[in-house]
Ligand binder design. Structure first.
Ligand code: PXL
Length: 276
């Protein structure tokens, strides 16, 4: 469940190919259609599909459809987040369904264009319904009310995690992206109430929309194939980094990262039970 940004390599245009590549049948619930993402393009169009969502859900329910997993990314309005909360409280979700929420709403300490405090309050409720959440440091700060910092230590990140676990409940898994403790380093962290794991890798100066979506989609695909959260985070981080490397020296490709040319490597790694 997320938007279709027609141009810009983010949200559904990366989630669908990556999840399909992982070998999982993927259904989509598009929340909006934008001519491009909001991170740097001017005068993009935004068609809100909120009013279509209840009808789509009613149809699926009447067909007796349910899902093994839910993965939510960028949602355009607080009301849409509210509808997703209703969906997760209803019959499309089975007791065994995995719920992964990427509370996509900001980066570098600020909200994405058009999102605000009202959106954040709804997102807190959605996050509380997830099994696994995948915020970046900015989103973790927004959700916990902790001050955003660009330099920090492990105690700061543990503080973010503890704040997030207070919202989600202690039995959940928190994956934070874009965490680096040293100059030139970034990485993904996987925390539970009593475990922590950091997967550091080099930080490449390509700060663009969509890298979080590539990571989260690759992570969900790996989880659905039976990898644990730590292994899934490693697979997702390696894939995201490889995709950024494909793009780093191409200034014309400022709006996203070229994951397509490294998708083959992800497929090899994530389809461990493939008998093809
Ligand atoms: O999650 C990235 C993203 C998705 N969708 C839209 C966006 C962004 C980030 O800027 O603008 C519409």
């Amino acid at each position: 469940m997320q938007d279709i940004s027609c141009v810009g390599q983010c949200s559904l245009t990366v989630a669908l190919p990556i999840l399909s590549a992982s070998g999982n049948e993927t259904c989509i619930l598009p929340s909006a259609v934008l001519s491009s993402h909001t991170g740097g393009f001017k005068d993009y169009t935004f068609r809100d599909l909120t009013d279509d969502i209840p009808g789509i859900v009613r149809h699926w329910l009447s067909e007796g459809i349910d899902f093994d997993a839910f993965y939510t990314g960028y949602l355009g309005t607080a009301r849409q987040v509210g509808l997703v909360i209703e969906i997760l409280g209803g019959k499309l979700r089975k007791p065994s369904s995995l719920v992964v929420v990427d509370p996509a709403m900001g980066d570098n300490g600020v909200f994405y264009k058009g999102l605000d405090g009202e959106f954040l309050r709804e997102m807190e409720k959605l996050v509380a319904m997830a099994d696994i959440i995948i915020p970046n440091v900015t989103e973790a700060c927004m959700l916990t009310g902790i001050e955003y910092r660009t330099e920090y230590d492990e105690a700061y990140v543990r503080g973010l995690v503890d704040g997030l676990l207070r919202i989600t409940g202690n039995e959940k898994t928190i994956v934070i992206t874009g965490v680096g403790f040293k100059q030139g380093e970034t990485g993904a962290c996987v925390y539970t109430a009593n475990s922590s794991f950091h997967y550091p890798h080099e930080k490449l100066e390509k700060n663009v929309s969509g890298t979080g979506d590539i990571f989260a989609s690759a992570f969900v695909g790996a989880m659905m194939n039976g990898f644990g959260a730590v292994e899934s985070a490693k697979i997702a981080a390696d894939f995201t980094l490889a995709a950024i490397k494909e793009t780093i020296n191409r200034p014309v490709h400022w709006y996203g990262v070229k994951f397509e040319t490294v998708l083959g490597r992800y497929i090899e790694r994530v389809n461990k039970n493939s008998d093809l």
